[in-house]
Design a protein around this ligand. Structure first.
Ligand SMILES: *Cc1c(COP(=O)(O)O)cnc(C)c1O
Length: 395
């Protein structure tokens, strides 16, 4: 187990986390489903809860525990629990704390699959859900009256709206509402919501925490008591456990998280400056440092809304370094046009419901050289603009 060393920078802390067996700097991969006992007495002690040796990997595994400790430290939480995906982390958290008849207040522009979880599983299960802009959470102290759980993202998905988490946590505490935030965008490097009074932080570790587009995973961080509830109920009974090998990959991701976030931020700052100066750009959605209390950096995930001069399919097809795809947070830069995302789900499409423009694209700025990326993007914009369109049309 790790001693907390509050005097150290995050990058240093994460690199030092392992003084493990045999001098290994990374956690060994315990690729086993079960753990056996040396004696009847040792087995009986464990089953009675007097010792804490792992029993079965659905519930507990030392490689997974090493990753969980790293994330708990990074988020300044007491404990963490890993899951098979971000969605398993979200669903396992909600089902552990909600019962039929409860009400959720949710941020609008929530991650689309979280929206579908609310509408297709939780609503039929008897939970009421309402959606609100960040400003309502901040400025209407009565919004959370009678609410069991406030489900937050700050920045939100798609348009990256931010909220003052300490203020919202204060309102929630007053009304006895549990606060849950998806902190995947900022990562613990740029925002630690528990320090602002939020109760539960969760991540899609498939994004920045993993950082290499090679793992799907999730993690939840909170007080020891809340995490114990997840370990007691939804981790074992829904069974969405994190695999040991994936925990190993994520522990590797944690060690470079701080350095990667700095590089994502450098490229994002360059893109925001240059996009904002263009006449064919209507809006750039990308909260920067200190745009809200507690937000210490700008990650590489942003959206850009163009005016009618830009042909989005032509832009997407003219890019060389940016790939077309969902997900984000890995090495490679990605573009996701809203009109493609809009085509995806039909009646439960949250993008449609929340009025997202078809001229919007989401960019995940990766770890390629910042100037190469801008060169690629600005060249593609030349091909996607009206005058270039006329030239292409003539050929
Ligand atoms: C990807 C994502 C999720 C879902 O995570 P998975 O690991 O894909 O299950 C949840 N929230 C946000 C903000 C995401 O981007």
């Amino acid at each position: 187990m790790v001693e907390r060393r509050d005097d150290l920078e995050m990058a240093t802390l994460l690199a030092m986390t392992y003084g493990t067996d045999a001098g290994s700097v990374t956690p060994p991969i315990y690729q086993t489903s079960l753990f056996t006992f040396d004696s009847f007495e040792a087995f009986e002690d464990r089953m009675a809860g007097r010792t804490d040796q792992a029993i079965y990997t659905r519930v507990q595994n030392p490689t997974v525990a090493a990753f969980e400790t790293m994330v708990a430290d990074a988020e300044a939480g007491e404990a963490a629990v890993g899951f098979a995906s971000g969605m398993a982390a979200i669903a396992s958290t909600l089902f552990a704390f909600l019962k039929p008849g409860d009400k959720i207040a949710c941020i609008e522009h929530v991650y689309p699959d979280t929206y579908r979880l609310f509408e297709r599983l939780l609503r039929p299960f008897g939970v009421e859900i309402s959606y609100h802009p960040p400003i309502a959470f901040e400025d209407d102290p009565e919004l959370l009256d009678g609410i069991a759980l406030a489900y937050l993202e700050s920045p939100s998905s798609v348009v990256f709206e931010v909220m003052d988490l300490a203020k919202v946590a204060g309102h929630a505490r007053h009304h006895g509402a549990l606060t849950v935030i998806d902190n995947s965008w900022a990562s613990p490097i740029f925002q630690r919501p528990l320090s602002s009074g939020i109760d539960i932080v969760l991540h899609s570790a498939s994004k920045y925490i993993g950082g290499h587009s090679d793992t799907v995973a999730g993690v939840v961080v909170s007080s020891a008591a809340h995490i114990e509830r997840l370990r007691d109920l939804t981790l074992p009974l829904l069974g969405g456990k994190l695999a040991p090998f994936e925990a190993f990959l994520l522990a590797r991701g944690m060690r470079t998280l701080s350095a990667r976030m700095r590089q994502h931020q450098a490229t994002a700052n360059l893109f925001v400056d240059r996009l904002a100066a263009r006449s064919d750009v209507k809006a750039v959605y990308s909260p920067g440092v200190n745009s809200v209390p507690g937000l210490k950096g700008r990650s590489g995930l942003m959206s850009v809304e163009f005016n009618d001069d830009i042909d989005i399919p032509r832009l997407a097809n003219a890019l060389r370094l940016f790939k077309l795809g969902v997900s984000w947070g890995g090495f490679e830069s990605l573009i996701l046009p809203a009109q493609v995302a809009l085509a995806q789900v039909g009646e439960e499409n949250s993008l449609q419901r929340f009025g997202v423009s078809p001229k919007l694209v989401r960019l995940s700025l990766g770890l390629e050289d910042s100037n190469d990326l801008w060169e690629d993007f600005s060249t593609a914009l030349e091909h996607a603009g009206k005058p270039a369109g006329a030239r292409l049309g003539a050929s």
